[in-house]
Design a protein around this ligand. Sequence first.
Ligand code: COA
Length: 252
Amino acid sequence: MENLILTSIENGVATLCLNRPDKLNALSRAMIYALAAAFEKVEEDKSVQAIVITGSGEKAFVAGADIAEFLSISKDEVLGLCAYVHDLFAQIENCTKPVIACINGFALGGGLELAMACHIRLASENAVLGLPETSLGIIPGYGGTQRLPAIVGKAKALEMILSAGKVNALEAKNMGLVSYVLPLADLHQKALALAQNMLKTDALARSEAIQAVNAHFDKHINGFQREIALFGECFGSDGFTQRVTAFLHKEK
Ligand code: COA
């Protein structure tokens, strides 16, 4: 069977590359299950401290759910698949290691939904982002109706979803949908550099910070209370004691 996810690990940063370039890395069911297995592996790997997700080839990150599978799948099956992908994307969003989406081209439908589940997004200059599902008679089903408004605001999200509109990389940056736009050739290196910069901080503190920020977007959680609890988990930890002692001793 072809290797749908290519995994590489460099200096504590794992890169997962969705590898189906002839179909613009579309999320077939097989691709979704392969991504789930690969993500779980690097999430559990103690040598991995940050994760980059990207697409194979020079044209696409992920061009969406696999449209070729749409007409052969029953409604019950598709609802089950949506629930499965929701769980997978929630796992990515709640991962306690930083997860960076490296958008190297088209990020449409499920591709943009995957990128939005990541903590940080950067895009190549040729990237095109959008949720075109309404043009196919459906709505985004992998979290897009929830995460896009959280990132760009309700009006811009509805405009994009209702018109099936696509934005280029610079427009995406201006909307806050991606943080950086770079030439394609520099994109992965920038993602690795961003990750390495984060790895200078304390691993427990990074993990607790992700959980605290995510709490802001969870309607069932009081984010301020959660922040206090997570702060308490950091305070007195080994990393905290070592880092504060080093500071007080003027060590680097
Ligand atoms: N699902 C399945 N196959 C897809 C796909 C998808 N979402 N997106 C692209 N592909 C396939 C194409 O069918 C084509 O396969 P083929 O060579 O066997 O015919 C191949 O990937 C290349 O795509 P193509 O359309 O020829 O490239 P393009 O440069 O002309 O157009 C896009 C690129 C992204 C604009 C176009 O492929 C597209 O609109 N894709 C669908 C995007 C979408 O609606 N996603 C949301 C789904 S809910």
